[in-house]
Write a protein that binds this ligand. Sequence first.
Ligand code: ZN
Length: 378
Amino acid sequence: MLVAVWIVVALVLVCPVDASPSSTGDLSGRDFASVLLFDGFMKSSDRPSAPSLTRFASASFAALLGIVALILAEAGLPVLADRAVAAAKSVATWVSPVPAMEIIEAFDPPREAWLQGHRGIDVLAVSGEPLRAPTAGVIRFRGSVAGTATVSIETASGFVVSFQPATSDLEKGEGFASGAEIGTVGAGTHCDRPCLHVGVWPVASDRRYVDPAQFYGQDRSLLLPLSRTPAEEPAGDDTSSGAGAWGGHRNGRIPASAMCALESAPGHMLRCDAQKAFDRLSHAYRARFGSPISVTDSYRDYDTQVILKRRKGRMAATPGRSNHGWALAVDLGGGINAFGTAQHQWMRANAPTFGWIHPGWARQSGSLPEAWHWEFRK
Ligand SMILES: [Zn+2]
C-alpha cells in the first residue's frame, strides 16, 4: 500500500492537475479527490486501441488510483499545506496588522477540530485603528461571523487571513498592495484588553489553522513583554543612541517625501540614508540566515503614537517623544528580538558596519533591555 501511495504521489507530481496551494482555489479535500479520480480514469480508459489485458490492468490501476486519491485527499493536502507554510516561514515579512504589534495571546490550536483552543493570535489594538494588509491580496469576505465583525483576505501567496473584530469599505474581490489600509479595527473582543484576533490558514487546507506569528517574524516563544515601553523611553547618551532630531522636522511629523521605503521590509519608512544602509544590512543578514531581517516596527508618526497611548495608557511614551518618531529606529523580530540568539549575536557583530547599532540602554545590561530595538547612527 505504501508503494501505491508513492506511485500516486509521483503521478500527482507529473499529472496536469495543478495541486499547488496557490492555484487550487477553494477546493475542499473531497473536491480535490474527485479531480484526481476523474483525471485518473480519463487517462487510463481513453485508449480504445489498447489490448484488453492492458485495459483491465489500466482500469484496476485507475480504481486503485481512485482509492489512494481519496486517502491522499485526507492526508496529502495537509502535506501541501505544510509545504506552503514552510515556504512562507522562510520569508517572515508580513506587515503587522497594526503598528508596534504586541501579541497578548499566543496561538494555541486544539488537538482535535471540535475541541476548544485559540486558533490565532491576539494583538493589542483599540477600536478605530487602521487595519493594514499583511501582504498583497484580495478581499475574500467582510461581514458578520457569529456576531463578530470580520474581514478576511486571500493573499497572493496562498493564505487566508481573517481579522476580528474588523470592518472594511473594500468590496469582495478587490485587490490591495502589501501594507495598504484595508479596514478598521472594530469594538468588542474576546480578550480582557482591547484586541484584534488574527487567524491564518492555507487556502488549500480547508481551514487548517497555522500560527500567524511566524509570518510576522515573531515566534510565540518570543512574545514581547507587556512592559516593553515605559512612560518615557530613555534618550540614551550621545555616544550610543542614534535617534534624534534632524532636518528641522518634529518628532512624528516627518513628511513622507523626506523618507524612503525599506525594500527588504514592505510598509516601513526610514530616513533615506538609514533605509539604504538597512537594506544592505538585511541583504547580508539574508546571506547568513536565508531570509531578510524581520521588521516589526520602524517610523512611528504622531497619530500612531497617539494610538499607542490609547492602547497602553501610562505604559506608552507621550506622543511626540517616541524614539521611533525620528525615522531612525526599528524594532526587529525573527530571533533578533531575544538576547543570546544566533540572530541577535550576528546583529551585534555586523550591524555597526552598516551604521546600525544596539543602543547601550537597550542592551541586556542597560537601563531598559530591549533586544529588538535598533537605531541608525551615522
Ligand atoms: Zn484570539
